[in-house]
Design a protein around this ligand. Structure first.
Ligand code: GLC
Length: 640
């Protein structure tokens, strides 16, 4: 009996230990290791992974568009991530609270599933939280490259993270770390520069801004997101997106391995060192092989050699895009993509087919379970790291961060530092500098399509994917005309018109002290912006000619890239490259009127004609109109 008792009580102790270690019920409370924030992240990942069924794993790898993300769909497919495609908003003028409600509903659905794994909601906050009404819209990356100011760029990252979090969003598909080598590419304004080093400098600044600072002891390649005031970032588009033939979006990048590593790869290394949470793959190919199926670069270089431990995501519908000959079937595209090392698939609409296909292939052994486990571990690692399990819901206290005065001041600072002064008087009439302009002029002319249009001033990826013209679209903001009006003396008369043939423009040249001509490109993104001639769109050239022949003129060019200006340069008294400045037009007036000096430097080579393209800083034959790094300076005006 004693023996039996002894035997039984020893067994009971043993059983208790086993049960406790396995995380089962102890004293009535269920201990679940992955839910314990005190546990190391890797242990939580492994514990959760060990509990997951195949459909739950595939769900984690699936990112769908918000239009499809009903509670029923999230629950049925165990969806791991939801995105807003460009311009996909809950309603046109949705408030931060409306965004938060939408995400809360999705999150509740995700948390109601068996294992309660939160979704990660992603958006393209690429120059501020640019889909959200009343968000602060910062200059696009090309303008930030012109500032040469990494501290500023870091502060912009921090502000963008806060504005995304204000709408309940914890993940942005930014930064674009492309090294744009040919401005004919429609995505060129998303690139900080043609110069690898400058892109690296800005990458190393904006990622800590978005995600928070990694400590010097942070293990290389492990993702880092510093809590609910930061967001998970995404370095994109891996790799060589800015090097395609003729700058055609998604085209082939023909380069030796050495040149790919030298020109396009370094920013990814910096991103990995800064603990970037994810990397998005490029639609483009490298030497004929689609990047989405390039196992060598994704798995061997990025994951193994660089030790990247975050997750790799596809671009929008990219799996569909590789279903072209010689791939006869979608099935092969999925298989090759996942085998190449993709962890999360941005499959906005066709998720039922995708999920069924992956499951069937796993069952047949065509997709290895190890690969699925690796993908899911990476996604879970990011979710645990950023505290999504502990704080899955939008933080209401951050609502007021959308479009704050501080962020608008920051954007204004960025605008004034991004403007590049290309000509200031020299070679024309008396040759005297034209800038800074006088605030005390009697009468001035402001003219051009881009002078009073917030939509044009912001460019693509603003409220919609392609961007659009119009003053109401962004909510708050200041056009260049409005900024000029508030900068000049109250007594100064301003005539404004889009075109000198319209409105009441005086033909008497003595009537105006000077004219500010604001013209440029119309908004675009990606393929729609691919452009083989890079001329100033009409009626820009005609407006420049007519106005600059009449009166002393400053031309402000609003564009995502250098345009062909040489034919008109002689007629202009001054020329300013303003890039795509965003909502804070005051920054333009700040430097035009000398409250601050011009300091921006070209982040790109300014070619004379498109025949010269591609032409980049460091090329043997280098004969630009303005070289990389060029930018005249002015001192703040003395108003004493
Ligand atoms: C696009 C872009 C990519 C973006 C994604 C999601 O097609 O190439 O930069 O993040 O779709 O909107």
């Amino acid at each position: 009996m004693a023996m039996q008792t002894g035997c039984c009580s020893a067994a009971a102790v043993l059983l208790f230990l086993v049960v406790a270690a396995a995380g089962a019920s102890v004293a009535g409370a269920t201990y679940v290791r992955y839910k314990d924030p005190k546990q190391p992240i890797q242990a939580r990942v492994e514990d959760l992974l060990s509990r997951m069924r195949i459909e739950e794993k595939i769900g984690q790898m699936t990112q769908i568009e918000r239009h499809n993300a009903s509670s029923a769909v999230i629950e049925k497919y165990f969806v791991g991530s939801v995105l807003s495609g460009g311009g996909s908003v809950p309603s046109e003028k949705a408030s931060a609270a409306t965004w938060q409600e939408m995400i809360t509903k999705m999150q509740k659905a995700a948390l109601s599933t068996r294992l309660g794994i939160p979704i990660i909601y992603g958006i393209d906050a690429v120059h501020g939280n640019n889909n959200a009404y009343n968000a602060t819209i910062f200059p696009h990356n090309v303008g930030l490259g012109a500032t040469r100011d990494p501290d500023l760029v870091k502060r912009i990252g921090r502000a963008t993270a806060l504005e995304a979090r204000a709408t309940g969003i914890p993940y942005t598909f930014a930064p674009c770390v492309a090294v744009c080598r040919d401005p004919r590419w429609g995505g060129c304004y998303e690139s900080f520069s043609e110069d690898t080093k400058l892109v690296q400098l800005m990458t190393s600044a904006i990622i800590p801004g978005l995600q928070g600072d990694v400590s010097t002891k942070h293990p290389r390649g492990v993702p880092f997101v510093g809590g609910p005031k930061h967001v998970a970032a995404c370095a994109k588009h891996f790799v060589g997106d800015g090097g395609t033939h003729h700058g055609i979006s998604g085209n082939n990048t023909v380069l030796s391995f050495h040149d790919l590593m030298r020109i396009h790869m370094p920013p990814y290394y910096d991103a990995v060192i800064k603990g970037v949470a994810s990397v998005m793959i490029s639609y483009s190919s490298w030497n004929g092989v689609k990047m989405h199926e390039n196992k060598y670069l994704i798995t061997q270089i990025l994951k193994e050699k660089m030790h990247f431990r975050g997750f790799v995501i596809t671009d929008w519908q990219a799996v569909d895009k590789i279903t072209t000959p010689p791939h006869k079937h979608y099935y092969h595209s999925i298989q090759e993509t996942i085998h190449a090392g993709i962890d999360m698939v941005m499959i906005p609409f066709d998720y039922p087919e995708f999920v069924a296909d992956v499951q069937a292939q796993v069952m047949r052994g065509a997709i290895k379970m190890d690969r699925i486990n690796d993908a899911v571990s990476r996604i879970l690692r990011v979710k645990f790291t950023m505290g999504l399990f502990e704080n899955p819901f939008p933080e209401h206290s951050l609502t007021a961060q959308l479009g704050t005065k501080e962020h608008r001041e920051l954007a204004r600072e960025a605008v004034r530092k991004s403007l590049v002064l290309l000509k200031n008087g020299k070679g024309r009439k008396d040759g005297k500098p034209v800038l800074p302009l006088s605030k005390k002029a009697k009468k001035i002319l402001v003219v051009g399509t881009h002078a009073h249009d917030l939509g044009l001033q912001c460019g693509g990826w603003t409220k919609s994917w392609q961007g659009q013209s119009g003053n109401g679209i962004t909510g708050q903001g200041t056009t260049i005309l409005e900024a000029i009006k508030s900068a000049v003396d109250k007594k100064t008369v301003i005539d404004y018109t889009e075109h000198p043939d319209k409105g009441s423009v005086s033909k008497n040249e003595d009537e105006y002290d000077y004219a500010v001509v604001v013209v440029g490109e119309n908004p675009y993104a990606a393929t729609a912006g691919d452009n083989l001639n890079l001329t100033i769109p009409g009626p820009g050239p005609e407006v420049i000619r007519k106005v600059c022949e009449l009166v002393k003129c400053v031309v402000v060019l609003v564009s995502g890239r250098p345009l062909v200006v040489e034919p008109y340069l002689d007629t202009m008294d001054a020329l300013v490259a303003a890039w795509l400045p965003g909502t804070e037009g005051h920054g333009v007036a700040d430097v035009l009127f000398g409250d601050h000096g011009f300091s921006g430097k070209l982040p790109r080579t300014w070619v004379r004609s498109v025949d010269q393209l591609p032409m980049n800083y460091g090329d043997k034959l280098y004969d630009p109109l303005f070289p990389f790094g060029f930018g005249l300076t002015t001192k703040p005006a003395d108003r004493s």
